[in-house]
Design a protein around this ligand. Structure first.
Ligand code: ZN
Length: 107
């Protein structure tokens, strides 16, 4: 499948949301059969989001995976609690809207 993803743009959006330096890697290095879309490591200064290309079918999939990992960063936990699910939903909407934002030029 073919789609365009602007990882640099996503990086900038997530850096603003998390107030950290963020690296996003899109890779084939996950084991075959690993059903995760992404994983994250983070501390107070930086975060590394690694996306599993095998489980991604669209730009929306990537935004969903990035929103999921960003929720872990914001909440500072690896739990998937109700609070986490709410934050994930909220971040998906926020990142999606910022990602597709086009600046209007008024002349
Ligand atoms: Zn998770």
């Amino acid at each position: 499948m073919i789609f365009k993803i602007k990882l640099q743009k996503l990086k900038t959006i997530v850096e603003k949301i998390t107030s950290r330096k963020v690296n996003i890697t899109y890779t084939t290095m996950f084991e075959q059969g690993d059903n995760r879309k992404a994983v994250v490591t983070f501390n107070n200064i930086e975060a590394n989001i690694v996306i599993n290309s095998s489980n991604i079918k669209s730009v929306e999939d990537i935004i969903d995976a990035v929103a999921h990992e960003t929720a872990h960063i914001i909440l500072g936990t690896n739990e998937h609690s109700k609070r986490f699910l709410a934050k994930w939903n909220e971040l998906f909407a926020e990142i999606k809207s910022k990602y597709s934002y086009v600046k209007k030029i008024v002349v």
